[in-house]
Design a protein around this ligand. Structure first.
Ligand code: HSE
Length: 402
């Protein structure tokens, strides 16, 4: 018997219990042994819940229970989740998590503790919810030199941008609606400012590189500056605005960033709408492969957690290696990143803008209080320098993906 404990009986935690119980036969068959949820750790009581009798409030009860083999950490955050994960790994129990914040911040340390204690730390659910992406990168794609990883990895912002695109609605109105129907958190900062996507690309790029790329090092812009006007310009350009998280590696240089981009229909990410996520991986032999699916949500995310449980159960008493060391890599190669930019400036600085930027085309949708244009290909540094000359005259800018 494989006994599992779940840390945190919230949305993903309760989904994890549901997946293990409802798919018990197929999971047991795949492991080659029966599986059960022996305990659920939560501060709260759940009177009337089907699994009420399995709730415990003391982490020591679980960590000291020799019958419990695997922990599903679905608490979130980097406080108690970090402490309890370390306790579990030090007790030789494998931990499977959906906690991207903890993985991005302490992944290599937790992987090392797991290796030292003959157990595993697995985090498939931390990026792309139910979409398999971590394991393909570590397994199926290991014959490749990975040249880029680029994806839509935040469901909340993709839902909001899709609504704004389809309905011409303003950011604030869409955010309120997304909060009202449960797509956006009461505090949406991590999603709309791009922090959540940043943690996810930090994890993916660290895995590709095998060293640590810290999320604080990754230039990150969210979607708060995107307006209904931007959507009109995007349509005029035949494009859609998507929040992309990307990592690129070329000629030994590496660069990562999170920002809104204007995509054409030639890019498969153009068609990824609503809460769906997709991650496009480019390898030097393979070319492009795209992983698409539900990037968030109770059962999709729980399914990825339990997929990791199956792998840990099959490797009971052993460490599943992961090539990600704590050596920190600084991503300084901003010059690697050159592209065209869509820019809107106030009409009063149109002349200065024409002088400052190499303009490829003007974009007109009938707003006479501003001047909008697409630049020629420019480096990020060059763009930044020219933009800063115009100061508050720049209303907004969005990068063009070609
Ligand atoms: N807030 C995240 C999102 C949840 O919207 O994608 C899944 O990581």
């Amino acid at each position: 018997m494989i006994n599992v404990a779940v840390f945190g009986y919230g949305t993903v935690g309760s989904g994890t219990v549901e997946v293990i119980m409802d798919n018990n036969d197929v999971i047991s068959k795949n492991i080659g042994d029966r599986i059960d949820v022996k305990a659920i750790l939560d501060l709260r009581d759940f009177p009337g819940d089907k699994y009420e009798s399995r709730i415990v409030h003391d982490v020591d009860v679980i960590v000291n229970d020799p019958e419990i083999d695997i922990i599903c950490e679905t608490m979130g955050g980097v406080g108690a989740a970090y402490k309890f994960t370390k306790m579990a790994l030090e007790a030789g129990k494998s931990v499977c998590t959906s906690n991207k914040e903890l993985v991005a911040l302490h992944g290599p340390e937790l992987l090392k503790i797991a290796a030292d204690h003959n157990c595993s730390y697995k985090f498939e659910a931390s990026v792309g919810g139910g979409i398999p992406i971590i394991r393909p990168l570590q397994d199926a794609l290991t014959a490749e030199v990975i040249q880029s990883v680029c994806g839509i990895v935040n469901g909340t912002t993709n839902y909001m941008l899709t609504k704004m695109d389809k309905e011409g609605a303003e950011f604030e109105d869409v955010l309120k609606e997304a909060q009202a129907n449960g797509y956006a958190e009461a505090d949406p900062t991590a999603d709309i400012e791009g922090h959540d996507a940043c943690r996810k690309i930090a994890i993916l790029s660290s895995l590709v590189f095998g060293k640590t790329i810290r999320s604080e090092e990754i230039p990150t812009e969210g979607i708060t500056a995107i307006s209904a006007r931007d959507m009109k310009y995007a349509k005029q350009l035949g494009r859609k605005i998507k929040l992309l998280a990307r990592y690129e590696s070329k000629d030994g240089k590496r660069y990562a960033m999170v920002a809104p981009f204007l995509l054409t229909p030639e890019n498969p990410l153009y068609f990824v709408d609503d809460v769906f996520n997709a991650i496009k991986v480019t390898g030097n032999m393979l070319g492009e492969a795209m992983f698409y699916g539900r990037g968030a949500g109770k059962l999709a995310t729980a399914s990825a957690v339990v997929g990791d449980v199956v792998e840990c159960a099959k490797n009971k008493g052993k460490n599943i290696p992961c090539d990600w060391t704590d050596e920190v890599v600084t991503l300084k190669d901003k010059e690697l990143s050159s592209r065209r930019f869509f820019v809107r400036v106030g009409a009063e600085v149109a002349c200065e803008a024409k002088e400052a930027f190499p303009i490829e085309e003007e974009v007109k949708v009938g707003f006479y209080d501003e001047f909008a244009f697409v630049t020629k290909v420019m480096s990020e540094n060059d763009f930044e320098e020219k933009k800063s000359k115009l100061g508050a005259g720049v209303i907004n800018y969005i990068r063009m993906e070609d």
